[in-house]
Design a protein around this ligand. Structure first.
Ligand SMILES: Cc1cc2nc3c(=O)[nH]c(=O)nc-3n(C[C@H](O)[C@H](O)[C@H](O)COP(=O)(O)OP(=O)(O)OC[C@H]3O[C@@H](n4cnc5c(N)ncnc54)[C@H](O)[C@@H]3O)c2cc1C
Length: 427
């Protein structure tokens, strides 16, 4: 994308082609304008179009240009915040609603992918949250109890079972979540776009929204090549937000996260490394993640940006760490490398913003946007269709609030990750 191999990496190499779409041309009218072609915007577009609504989606670059085309591909249930802490952050009513919605979100993704036959390498064998040391295990025991009290089918695995599923003895145990899984993230975004177009939505790429204004009861949004007039605007621009809703981005702290993809593993190695293809991440503060793609490439990532000195430091760290975690891989070569910006909110929970009358959006998924973006996008569609009132939405309305010292703190995280990986902090 944009001829930058470090933006979307492996996903760009292996995703099916994007559906045909081009810039908005001229002045058009619709019922709903959607700004942003990631999971949130595309899921809204699909669900609104299926209900017969006239939808125009405007994407500044290409479908999946933002987080949707760069992420690890872990389809998670829930957030980083411990389940019991979410009602404390969001209030008891919204907290329980959000937990219920997000707990069921991976199933919503599976159902959508199956219904529309979206080719996105979906794996439904669950995820493993891996315990590093005794502290990691204590955290996962608490997480397991809290989810189980809510009826979630999660299970704590012993160190031995973890080792046999992962193919490494590095972990003290794992929390297995059978609701979750993995997919090819850019393929999922492009598949949603194709499905939304088939359902009747009008999708435009290369169409950055640069201005918006009121016109009586309607809204007009403008790009450099045209305008759309409609009753509603959905703002689905999240961490890559530009233009009139830049605050969606400035209320988040951007955490850089990179991935390296190995060449495909041979049959013998595939039997020992993640033979069931669960998606994995660990309990460390500077966490690592890994997963298989369909062809047997191991995708290994952690916090950091692959630019300037970071590229070499993180690449060397990834080589050392993989060797330590999976000695059986030997000196395996990397086939792709890329990184992106994870948008973190101040309290690590997502946001629902009502920017003005009939201008709404969800954002701020804190590195957990595949399943949440899908169900929050659908929720926006149902809200506009009158099926869910404002009072019944999963999140309370909040006003965007810029994070203090954002730029300095982002630099601190980028440099801190480099320092930790340079100092030899392994896997
Ligand atoms: C490196 C990385 C790893 C991650 N790992 C995971 C993971 O394993 N699992 C998981 O669930 N989540 C993960 N995430 C988070 C996930 O990718 C995001 O939460 C998700 O993509 C958010 O979806 P979205 O549709 O809201 O926003 P995005 O996917 O970011 O899409 C927003 C779109 O809006 C467009 N846009 C912005 N401004 C304008 C404008 N003015 N006009 C028109 N269009 C505009 C952008 O170009 C962009 O395409 C990760 C993110 C990153 C970066």
């Amino acid at each position: 994308m944009l001829n930058n191999p470090r933006s979307h990496g492996l996903w760009e190499k292996t995703a099916p082609a994007a559906p045909m779409a081009g810039p908005l041309d001229g002045d058009v009218t619709a019922d709903v304008i959607i700004v942003g072609g990631g999971y949130t915007g595309l899921s809204s577009a699909l669900h609104l179009a299926e209900a017969g609504t006239r939808v125009v989606l405007l994407e500044a670059q290409e479908f999946g240009f933002g987080g949707a085309g760069r992420n690890v591909g872990l389809i998670n249930g829930g957030m980083w915040v411990m389940p019991d802490d979410i009602p404390g952050v969001l209030g008891p009513v919204h907290g329980e609603r959000t937990l219920e919605l997000l707990g069921g979100a991976p199933l919503a993704v599976r159902t959508l992918v199956a219904k529309h036959e979206i080719a996105c390498e979906i794996e439904t064998n669950g995820t493993l949250h891996l315990a590093v040391g005794a502290d990691g295990l204590t955290e996962l025991e608490a997480r397991a109890k809290q989810w189980q009290a809510r009826g979630a089918p999660v299970r704590l695995l012993s160190a031995e079972e973890t080792a046999s599923r992962v193919g490494s003895h590095a972990y003290a145990g794992a929390l297995f979540d059978p609701r979750a899984g993995t997919l090819q993230p850019l393929a999922y975004a492009r598949g949603l776009a194709r499905t939304a177009i088939r359902a009747g939505a009008r999708l435009h790429t290369g169409s950055a929204v640069i201005a918006t204004e009121k016109s009586g009861d309607s809204w007009i949004v403008r790009t450099s090549t045209g305008s759309v007039t409609a009753q509603w605007i959905i703002v689905a621009t999240d961490a890559y937000s530009t233009g009139p809703w830049e605050q969606v981005r400035t209320e988040q702290l951007h955490l850089p996260y990179f991935n390296f993809a190995t060449v495909p593993l041979g049959d013998n190695l595939r039997q020992s490394v993640l033979p069931n293809c669960e998606g994995c991440w660990d309990t460390k503060e500077i966490l690592s993640s890994f997963r298989m793609d369909k062809a047997g490439r191991l995708v290994f990532g952690s916090v950091g940006a692959l630019r300037n000195t970071g590229a070499g430091i993180h690449r060397n760290w990834a080589r050392r760490s993989l060797k330590k975690l999976f000695p059986q891989l030997g000196d395996i070569a990397f086939e792709a490398e890329w990184y992106g910006k994870i948008g973190m909110t101040a309290d690590a929970v997502p946001r629902f913003h009502k920017f003005d009358r009939n201008v709404v959006g969800f954002s701020g998924y804190n590195g957990r946007g595949i399943a949440p973006g899908t169900v929050f996008g659908q929720t926006l569609a149902r809200h506009i269709l009158g099926e869910i009132s404002e009072d019944a939405l999963p999140l309370p309305i909040t006003a965007p609030k810029d994070q203090k010292f954002r730029t300095a703190r982002e630099l601190y995280y980028e440099m801190g990750a480099q320092a930790a990986h340079f100092a030899g902090n392994r896997f």
